[in-house]
Design a protein. Structure first.
Length: 437
């Protein structure tokens, strides 16, 4: 890892918008699925995944789910159930209720909160299977009350129609209602526009590769999306009280995600920086995914030297990292200074994987500095709100002239007259400049 000063470090990574060729390819796929439905889905599944299917083979069967349970270890089922229980309990505290407020004049104002009707969850294939992401997408939607949750995930490449059994078990445990073996931009298009086999959804969530990200951007507006997620990232602010082995392991835990992942250490101690630098090299040599993690560390890893812990927090607030570990003496005393971070891990035992898998908070967190203005996935992502207005006769008589005044100052005479006709009907007509007689 490079050892640099805060002044020499570029704090902002470029957002990933894809190449012109990738964007054009995604637009073509989306339009083909919109126009052709299942036929395009099957064609792209054969082209990109090497799997020739019939439309009847897109949906995962009950028998396949049963086979998945038989294929995984009982300890995994126990672990996934424990994680699901914690995630559900955490997100249950986020649930909101509709409310109404009766005014003294007889008017009623309020907000009606309803769950979305149908949500699509994308689960990637690729370098690793992520059963934990199934839980993190599905359970908040369930807690919100979404009645229909659909999952899409690519089939195994090379002519095999199977889906990772750990993914299927996680989906079944989380309560997914429909699972389809289709991936890539074509899966996103199917969720957005629908086909004969896959009915359209109201929202699409879940991570994917650049083609999935671009497809989500392409269909946004037809459906809602969670975000355009970038590569995973971690920033650790540590002082001499921290254990270099712990910090190095946590940095590598994110670097192993993919070559574009970012792992950054911020510290006021040069001695600790050098110890951690050596420990990263030592642990990396024995890491099974060392090629991926090594590329990440080489391209996007850094150790930033600062003068004080407070100066380190300033750097963190500029980075606005996805994951932030604060491993310093008395970390709670600095918590109020942390303004921008997707998830905050305090102390030496709150390792980032604790949040990834088991603690309960969502691990789908804003990346690439967007924690400055956005938040982790939660129950609010799966609800919609309607304002409720019941205006009484008394309230309209009292406030009608004021409403007409505002409308006419905006040049919207039709708005003003919609009020005026009611005032006239009730014998309280306003004159032309909006004042009551």
């Amino acid at each position: 890892m490079k050892l640099i000063s805060a002044q020499d470090f570029d704090l902002r990574r470029e957002a990933e918008y894809g190449s012109p060729e990738q964007n054009e390819a995604v637009k073509a796929i989306v339009q083909a699925v919109k126009a052709e439905g299942d036929a395009a889905l099957l064609r792209y599944t054969e082209q990109f995944d090497g799997m020739k299917l019939e439309a009847s083979g897109l949906r995962v069967t009950k028998e396949e789910l049963e086979a998945a349970y038989a294929a995984v270890e009982p300890t995994f089922v126990t672990a996934i159930r424990g994680a699901a229980e914690n995630i559900r309990a955490f997100h249950a505290r986020q649930k909101r209720n509709s409310w109404m407020d009766l005014q003294p004049d007889g008017s009623l104002l309020g907000q009606i909160i309803r769950p979305l009707k149908r949500v699509g969850v994308y689960v990637p294939g690729g370098k690793a299977a992520y059963p934990s992401s199934v839980l993190m997408n599905v359970i908040p939607a369930q807690v919100a009350g979404v009645p229909e949750i659909v999952m899409v995930t690519p089939p195994a490449t090379g002519g095999k129609a199977g889906i990772d059994p750990y993914i299927l078990v996680a989906a079944a445990e989380a309560g997914v209602h429909e699972i389809y073996r289709v991936g890539g931009a074509q899966a996103i298009a199917a969720l957005a526009y629908g086909t004969d086999t896959i009915r359209p959804v109201d929202k699409i969530c879940g991570p994917g590769n650049i083609y999935v990200a671009l497809a989500k951007r392409e269909v946004y507006g037809v459906v809602d999306i969670d975000s355009i997620a970038g590569p995973s990232e971690i920033a650790v602010l540590a002082d001499d009280s921290a254990d270099p082995a712990y910090v190095a392991a946590d940095l590598l835990s994110q670097a192993e995600h993919d070559e574009m992942a970012s792992a950054i250490l911020v510290t006021p101690s040069e001695a600790f920086a050098k110890a951690c630098q050596a420990e990263v090299a030592r642990q990396l040599a024995a890491l099974p995914r060392k090629a991926i993690a090594g590329a990440s560390i080489e391209r996007y890893g850094a150790i930033i030297l600062v003068d004080t812990v407070e100066a380190g927090i300033d750097v963190i607030n500029q980075l606005a990292p996805e994951h932030f570990e604060l491993i310093v003496d008395n970390p709670m005393s600095y918590l109020g200074q942390v303004e921008n971070a997707g998830a905050i891990f305090l102390g030496p035992y709150s390792s980032e994987p604790v949040g990834d898998y088991f603690a309960g908070p969502n691990h789908i967190i804003p990346t690439n500095g967007t924690a400055r203005f956005s938040s982790p996935v939660d129950v609010d992502d799966f609800i919609k709100k309607s304002s409720l207005i019941y205006y009484s006769k008394e309230a309209l008589l009292e406030n009608g002239a004021t409403i007409m005044e505002l409308a006419r100052r905006e040049g919207l005479e039709g708005h003003a007259r919609a009020i005026e006709i009611r005032l006239q009907q009730e014998g309280k007509a306003g004159n032309e400049d909006g004042r009551q007689q």
